[in-house]
Design a protein around this ligand. Structure first.
Ligand code: UD1
Ligand code: F6R
Length: 365
């Protein structure tokens, strides 16, 4: 079933042009979005006071990637909850809330307990899951199956990108009654249509990412700085590196750099800075300058053709990726980091598909 691939994680990374296509199949119609599972509930969602995203691990990160465009396209405030933390705090959930549960397996214990809690509190509960017939799919009021196909590697890869796309379609559907954002919605839909071919394009960085991995093989730690649409990319890239390559890695909000993390910067610690084109681009340019002036060892991810704009001195390693509608850029940007985590793991001699101490589905608290 791995076909020509050595590992499931590798297969699932390279499968993404296809899995994203199946996530969107039959759902982009006549220039709009049709989600059968949400159709009857769109009015209720539009009226809600707040959207609360709830998940764990990679699924939480996918929701974090979706947050900016859900806010933008729906005008509804979005808050984020790690499922276990919501339960620990018994945080407030109201009848007027739409609680969106994100889970690849649909069986994660913390997420399901948070679902019970939100149901008790009377919120509208929406599921985003890859598993038809899962507990999450059955217990939520409505939802979207992401249809990414079975994911076997313990490290979630193709489910992450399909979750983001499913939430993009959800945001488009909920916001579809707003005339003022029609042009923006059209641009995002056209971005979705071209997403699979752009993903195929970025997968060609495989060899480059293997080279980069070999230069990082003996590092003790790796930082990833992102902001805006790509804050989630930083967290998710770092999560992949720590869980499979067993290397310490942290994703950080670039805007917080000066408030502590800057103290870590020296000529040895590798730092990935995500600086693709969007409204935060010039802020990321200045972050890069500040890191370079402290002799930081930088790897910069930028849009194609931007190498000299992000690193005029030529002293950074640059990863150039195809540019797409800004809010969909996280789908492209995570892929080189998935490839990096994969190659780093193989080169360091660890088990890719069964990382130490981890299980695919965490069904106990
Ligand atoms: C559905 C069919 C699909 C068919 C399509 C044709 C299923 C599972 N899906 O897809 O095979 O090709 O119609 O129009 O039979 N749901 C939840 N919670 C979740 C996820 C989903 O309650 O977490 C509910 C939805 O609200 C919906 C149902 O499950 O009622 C199916 O969801 P989904 O597969 O996303 O719907 P369609 O895309 O319409
Ligand atoms: C990371 C990973 C975990 C899961 C988390 C939630 O690669 O696989 O962080 O994302 O355990 O799992 P689901 O999405 O099944 O609820």
């Amino acid at each position: 079933k791995k076909g020509s691939y050595d590992h499931y994680m590798q297969k699932e990374i390279h499968e993404q042009p296809h899995s994203l296509t199946t996530t969107m199949r039959g759902r982009l119609k006549d220039g709009g979005v049709l989600l059968g599972g949400l159709k009857e509930h769109l009015k209720t969602i539009r009226r809600c006071r707040r959207v609360v995203f709830i998940g764990c691990g990679t699924s939480y990160n996918a929701a974090l990637a979706a947050r900016p465009f859900v806010e933008e396209l729906t005008g509804i405030p979005v808050t984020m909850e790690v499922a276990s933390d919501l339960l620990d705090r018994q945080g407030p959930i109201y009848r007027e809330d739409t609680a969106v549960f994100v889970s690849q397996s649909g069986e994660t214990a913390d997420t399901l307990l948070a679902l019970d809690y939100a149901l008790e509190n009377g919120a509208l509960c929406v599921g985003i899951t890859n598993t038809v017939g899962s507990t999450l799919s059955r217990k939520t009021h409505c939802g979207v199956h992401i249809n990414a196909g079975c994911e076997i590697g313990v490290a979630s890869t193709k489910a992450y990108t399909s979750q983001i796309v499913a939430m993009a379609m959800m945001a488009l559907a909920v916001g579809s009654d707003q005339i003022s954002t029609q042009t923006r919605r059209d641009a995002i839909i056209s971005g979705l249509t071209s997403l699979p071919s752009n993903v195929s394009e970025v997968l060609k960085l495989d060899v480059e990412m293997k080279e980069l991995a070999s230069s990082l093989i003996d590092s003790e730690s790796l930082l990833v700085f992102g902001r805006g649409y790509n804050y989630a990319t930083a967290l998710e890239g770092a999560l992949k590196v720590k869980e499979v390559a067993l290397m310490h890695s942290e994703g950080m909000l670039a805007g917080e750099m000066k408030h502590g993390p800057l103290a870590l910067v020296d000529e040895n610690l590798p730092i990935i800075v995500i600086a693709t084109r969007d409204a935060c681009f010039s802020k990321q340019q200045s972050v890069i300058q500040q890191l370079l002036s402290r002799r930081g060892r930088l790897i910069v991810m930028c849009s194609k053709g931007d190498a000299s704009a992000v690193c005029p001195s030529g002293s950074c390693r640059v990863i150039e990726v195809p540019e797409i509608a800004d809010c969909l850029q996280p789908v492209i940007n995570i892929i080189p980091l998935q490839l990096l985590a994969y190659h780093l793991t193989v080169l360091r001699g660890f088990d890719v598909d069964q990382p130490r101490n981890l299980a695919k589905s965490v069904t106990t608290q």
